[in-house]
Ligand binder design. Structure first.
Ligand code: 3H9
Length: 713
């Protein structure tokens, strides 16, 4: 038997322990070990029942995701899944009560193994889930057939399409679990197993009858789920595939449903969507590893924080800290600004409360962690200060100079700047080693990305502290270099340049937004600007003009500045790229005025506007991102292509099923991407210049990730 599965007998119960750190993933050896151990227990005269338990902090977190890379074709995957299905059937057919004892997580294949056991007991804080959809696949070890038999199709559909884990008490009420053990999981599981021996009780999930009424309600739930997914899962296939598999089990027998599950799983696991999502899973774990910042770098504990500026960003950042239980001193210049900021925070919490996500008591407790102030008293007690004043170099430098005076020497001084030079803040503070960028994305209390910008002199301790803090704040921290716009906004400038030029050339605001949301973005570039504020970009352009720079090479469209001059800042003023019912309203309609302005600007630049195909919009925008991403990588401002993909997935909602802009470029094929850059150069001008890294990779037959660039999308 492999080392990863142990066999013992305790009190006439065979205990099969899975010990495959860190998360007891089901590697081929673990599958085999479980199979052999259960067979041994069935044959063991010393054992009357069997308990399956995980060593360490968890039960089983699912199949070993890396193993999916070895499945090259649909046929291969289909054939191999027959083995898994047969193995689980052998477990289920065990002639002695078989009990899964769950702590930590039973996810994916882990929950499917538990479903094939006769009973499931768990600790109160355990979680169970079918997160396969988040990896672009469906449960492939019987989960689409057994789970609906345990908890009903409606809940199974929910769990399998949103992928979110369910807490043990809820799982118990739903019938997924049979018992919650208060103390001593193993002892409790053994006692439970013995009670089943006495009662001669064995329950095989696949034999739970699916009544006509249940099947019919289940089919209704399938139809409703498909309808809901059409809005929430645009562009993704796996969520729909999982509904198909569950539906097959409602229409046919367990065996027919299982056969369909295998076919669908085999299709999904070799899809680009699944490869992209698996890539993001590992990329998200890689970002925490910064090559020159060793794992054992000392970090500072953050017990108290101050936020300077209570505007939209400052308020959201303060909420992020107090939500994580870290008290915040919130500073503004005067009482009026402070009260405005606090009122917005209160309003946000009221919305959360109205959705039932927080109780009134929780809101009061959280709000009480914010201490408003207009002076710097108490800043000498802070472990970190986050500066979130207006995006203005002089103002920020003055703030950092003050922070250098009022804080302790070991206090981390973070800036929420979205573009400006962190090193200038470092110099102004007199403590450059302590200064770092913490670029939050709006709304700061919601968006998961934290761009951690290291300055030339930022200490490794401050970087390691920031990464640890990001996790505590519930963010995905990605360390980037200090260039204008850092990684997220530097690349975004090229995305926006193309969006503006496409408009001048003949596409409409609605077409561009429609095409890009169809591609999977939550909001198109124009809708996004109307939310963020057209004035924000305009002020950055003005600052850049004043220092003789532009954000992205190429023609600078005058249209956004014309809107700015007209006071059309977006949703907040009731007009921007769209018209809104009223200032602050989200109800928008297209505005013919934009077309008129686009016509005028096109004429000025000698462009004859033309119909633009949807495909050209996607190709121009994604090519601009990949080409600039290659430059960012070559210049060393991002550590890995995966870091860029994570930044775009979490900062801008770049569709996860594409794997991010760099992975997407690989799936399109870098030769195609390079050919497009060259074509655009010929059509539009030299500002479309291939990134040297892109040219080199193509010459070497490689992609950003692999030697397999050129796979079909
Ligand atoms: C599946 O089960 C399909 C089935 O239907 C069967 C079909 C036949 N495999 O996240 P962490 C690694 S699909 C391989 O930092 P946490 C991870 O990369 C699977 N590796 O810890 C990391 O490695 P490193 C369905 C895995 O405490 C280390 O473990 N299951 C796997 O923050 C620690 O991970 C899922 O989708 C895996 N399955 O969170 C669950 N899981 O240290 C995926 C983790 O080298 N896992 N690793 O960077 C999770 O959601 C989280 O890891 C978990 C722990 C919540 C378990």
């Amino acid at each position: 038997m492999p080392d990863s599965v142990r066999y013992d007998v305790s009190d006439r119960v065979a205990v099969v322990t899975i010990d495959n750190p860190p998360v007891n993933a089901l590697s081929p050896a673990v599958w085999e070990g479980i199979d052999k151990a259960v067979a041994r227990a069935v044959a063991d005269p010393e054992a009357d029942a069997i308990v399956l338990i995980g060593a360490g902090a968890t039960f089983i977190a699912g199949a070993d995701i890396k193993v999916f890379d070895t499945l090259k074709t649909r046929e291969d995957s289909f054939t191999r899944s027959a083995g898994t299905h047969a193995l689980l059937r052998r477990l289920e057919d065990a002639s002695k009560p078989l009990v899964a004892a769950i702590h930590g997580n039973a996810l994916g294949g882990g929950l499917e193994v538990a479903q094939a056991c006769h009973f499931r007991v768990a600790t109160k804080d355990a979680k169970v889930g079918q997160p396969e959809v988040l990896l672009g696949i469906i449960p492939g070890a019987g989960g689409t057939q057994r789970l609906p038999r345990l908890c009903g199709a409606k809940m199974a559909l929910e769990m399998c399409t949103d992928g979110k884990p369910v807490a043990a008490p809820k799982a118990l009420a739903a019938g997924i679990l049979d018992h919650i053990v208060s103390d001593g999981l193993l002892e409790g599981a053994i006692a439970f197993a013995k009670s089943k021996v006495v009662a001669h009780d064995i329950r095989r999930t696949r034999q739970i009858a699916m009544t006509l009424a249940n099947a019919s309600a289940g089919l209704d739930a399938c139809a409703a789920t498909r309808q809901a997914l059409a809005k929430t899962a645009r562009g993704a296939k796996a969520p729909f595939a999982v509904v198909d598999a569950i539906e097959a089990g409602l229409r046919g027998t367990f065996d027919e449903g299982s056969q369909r599950e295998r076919e669908i799983f085999a299709e999904c696991v070799v899809s680009t969507e699944s490869k992209a999502l698996r890539h993001l899973f590992f990329a998200e774990r890689e970002v925490a590893k910064v090559p020159d910042v060793p794992k054992d770098t000392p970090t500072r504990e953050i017990k108290r924080a101050a936020v300077v500026g209570a505007g939209t960003m400052g308020g959201g950042i303060a909420m992020t800290y107090v939500n994580a239980g870290i008290p915040v001193l919130l500073k503004e210049v005067d009482d009026a600004a402070l009260q405005r900021g606090l009122a917005t925070i209160r309003k946000n919490y009221d919305v959360t409360m109205s959705k039932g996500k927080m109780t009134a008591e929780q809101v009061e407790k959280t709000m009480a962690l914010i201490t408003p102030t207009t002076i710097y008293d108490g800043f000498d007690q802070m472990d970190i200060v986050v500066e979130a004043v207006f995006e203005n170099m002089d103002l920020k430098k003055a703030t950092f100079a003050e922070l250098g005076r009022v804080t302790r020497p070991d206090c981390v001084l973070a800036s929420n700047s979205s573009t400006l030079d962190i090193d200038e803040f470092g110099r102004a503070s007199g403590r450059p080693a302590q200064v770092i960028g913490h670029h939050f994305f709006s709304p700061a209390n919601v968006m998961r990305l934290l761009e951690i910008v290291r300055g030339r002199e930022t200490s490794k301790e401050v970087i390691a502290t920031s990464l640890k803090l990001a996790k505590r704040l519930g963010k995905v921290g990605v360390v980037v270099g200090n260039c204008f716009g850092f990684v997220a906004n530097r690349m975004l400038a090229y995305y926006m340049r193309e969006a503006y030029l496409l408009l001048e050339e003949g596409a409409s605001v609605e077409q561009i937004d429609r095409v890009l949301t169809g591609f999977g973005l939550p909001v198109g570039p124009y809708g996004m600007q109307d939310i963020a504020g057209i004035d924000v970009g305009a002020r950055i352009r003005m600052y850049l003009n004043s220092i003789g720079k532009t954000r992205a090479e190429g023609p600078q469209s005058a249209i956004p500045d014309r809107l700015f001059e007209m006071g059309r800042y977006g949703q907040k003023t009731g007009a921007g790229w769209y018209k809104y019912d009223a200032p602050g309203s989200r109800n928008r309609t297209p505005d013919p005025l934009i077309e008129q302005i686009a016509d005028e600007e096109a004429k000025k630049r000698g462009i004859t506007r033309r119909p633009i195909a949807d495909e050209e919009i996607v190709a121009r925008i994604t090519t601009a991102l990949a080409n600039e991403g290659a430059r960012v990588l070559e210049d060393g401002y991002a550590t890995r292509a995966g870091d860029i993909d994570i930044i775009y997935a979490y900062g801008f909602g770049f569709p996860r099923h594409t794997g991010g802009p760099m992975f997407y470029a690989d799936t399109v094929g870098l030769p195609t991407v390079l050919a497009r850059v060259k074509e655009y150069r010929a059509r539009f001008g030299d500002y479309w210049e291939p990134a040297p890294l892109l040219e080199r990779l193509v010459a070497e037959g490689r992609g950003f990730y692999s030697a397999e660039s050129g796979a079909a999308v």
